[in-house]
Design a protein around this ligand. Structure first.
Ligand SMILES: Cc1cc2nc3c(=O)[nH]c(=O)nc-3n(C[C@H](O)[C@H](O)[C@H](O)COP(=O)(O)OP(=O)(O)OC[C@H]3O[C@@H](n4cnc5c(N)ncnc54)[C@H](O)[C@@H]3O)c2cc1C
Length: 440
């Protein structure tokens, strides 16, 4: 983390020094915690208040769809490291309901009006619910975003349902399928897409993952749309499919992606919708006219920012590493000043583990027009694929080959020619093919 140019000099804004006054953080999870730690690390000595609608101290979400489902980790054992050491006040179990930008105050569900000098918005995202509220409310229908969701789902699985149906073959759906199969329960996964993970990684990698899922005993129904969930005797019993036919299931996991938590910003004059809260490269929130608010910053899943590596197009990521890096960036901008930070340009990166596979990714594959397997081979279950767009390298994905991935960071950052010269003895001439990604 580069230091401030004049670390000893606390500049003053509106009569309040950048290292004193009040900083409020809306959203007490990964980005909120790391942002709060970041401002303290840069010498902020004023009042620091974290507001969270969940009753819990910040905890980690990736284990929820992995080790928590299989019972290896208790839901309550996921609290993030660093929570205890943070000098801060907490307002937990109370949502931020509104933002008075002119009055510089956050309005809480408890009725409290929390004045701030600077605000970090880190309200993340929530699971997209099943479209029919009555069906979504049937006992046995679950989503998976928070610790309480995971605890409820784990309890439902402990009752040994006859069959679990997972709606959606994205990362959360596939990870849940993996954990539930590991428990020995019958699992059906249904998704209208042609292959699992196709939305993020395309059909080439998705097809490989499909083979692993089927080998693990998953009843995989790709190209299948569920139209209706039906209850019986007070709980979910079956799902109806678009082409006719049903799937009997007494537990359903709705894994249809995420929606950004921006509804509470309605009327604030900030540019926000279900796709995110727009901000600039210094993490300052933008108003409806596209002007940055000097006192309001955003980080993590909720933030939609122009990515310099992708032509400045606005992206909103759902990656753990982005929440950490962007929160640190926002903290630097809040304390050192927005004009003293480079435009946020962290290379997108995430990982997933499922069906004995560790999938790691660098860059953004969406919009790629070609993919080439440049090292290893799907036959051996260990390979690295590089994605290209108009002859330039844009992303790389490793499957059980994480050690090979860092070598592709520079080609992605530099938009090096695609296909890259791999030089791997086992894959001397990579042949690009269409990646099978949906249109952006
Ligand atoms: C099950 C699961 C598994 C995942 N696995 C991986 C993985 O393997 N690899 C990876 O890279 N990423 C993974 N992720 C994504 C990663 O966890 C997220 O990118 C990360 O949690 C984002 O952090 P955040 O703080 O921005 O948002 P969140 O973690 O969503 O936190 C936002 C917080 O704000 C709260 N909030 C919302 N609205 C309000 C309000 N109005 N007032 C107050 N509080 C509010 C929310 O309840 C929540 O506590 C996974 C996510 C999930 C859900």
């Amino acid at each position: 983390m580069p230091g401030p140019r004049h670390p000893g000099r606390a500049r003053r804004r509106g009569g309040v020094g950048v290292r004193d006054g009040t900083i409020v953080v809306a959203g007490a999870s990964l980005a909120g915690l790391r942002g709060a730690e970041g401002v303290r690390a840069r010498g902020f000595s004023g009042r620091l208040i974290l507001v969270g609608d969940e009753p819990h101290l910040p905890y980690d979400r990736p284990p929820l769809s992995k080790h928590v489902l299989t019972g290896e980790i208790a839901p309550g054992a996921t609290t993030l490291p660093g929570v205890g050491a943070l000098r801060a006040e907490w307002r937990l179990g109370t949502p931020a309901l509104g933002l008075d930008r002119a009055g510089r105050a956050l309005l809480l569900g408890s009725g409290e009006r929390l004045p701030f000098d600077r605000l970090l918005i880190a309200t993340g995202a929530r699971a997209r619910p099943w479209r029919e509220p009555e069906e979504a409310a049937l006992p046995g229908v679950h989503t998976l975003r928070g610790r309480d969701d995971a605890a409820a789902l784990a309890a439902g699985l402990a009752a040994r349902p006859g069959r679990v149906l997972i709606l959606g073959a994205g990362f959360i759906g596939c990870e849940a399928a993996s954990g539930i199969r590991a428990l020995g329960l019958p699992v059906t996964v249904a998704d209208p897409a042609p292959a699992p993970l196709a939305g993020a990684l395309g059909q080439v990698i998705g097809g490989f993952v499909a083979g692993r899922m089927e080998a693990a005993g998953v009843d995989l129904r790709m190209g299948t749309e569920v139209t209706r969930l039906e209850g019986e005797a007070g709980r979910v019993r079956r799902a109806h499919l678009a082409g006719g036919g049903t799937v009997e299931a007494d537990l359903v996991v709705v894994a249809l992606g995420a929606v950004r938590n921006t509804g509470w910003l309605a009327g604030s004059g900030l540019r926000a919708d279900e796709g995110g809260l727009s901000c600039d490269g210094a993490c300052r929130a933008l108003d409806e006219a596209g002007r940055p608010d000097e006192a309001v910053f955003a980080a993590g899943d909720v933030a939609r920012f122009p990515h310099p590596l992708y032509g400045g197009r606005p992206v909103a990521l759902e990656h753990w590493g982005n929440a950490v890096a962007q929160a640190a960036h926002a903290a630097r901008a809040m304390i050192d000043g927005p004009d003293r930070v480079e435009s946020y340009a962290e290379l997108p990166a995430f990982w997933s583990s499922q069906f004995g596979l560790t999938i790691k990714s660098l860059g953004l594959a969406d919009g790629a027009d070609a993919v080439a397997i440049v090292q290893g081979s799907p036959r051996t279950g260990r390979f690295l694929a590089v994605y290209g767009h108009e002859g330039r390298t844009v992303a790389a994905v490793s499957v059980n080959a994480g050690r090979w991935l860092p070598a592709y960071e520079a080609p992605i950052r530099e938009a090096a020619p695609f296909p890259p010269i791999a030089g791997g003895a086992d894959q001397p001439s990579p042949a690009p093919v269409p990646p099978g990604l949906p249109p952006r």
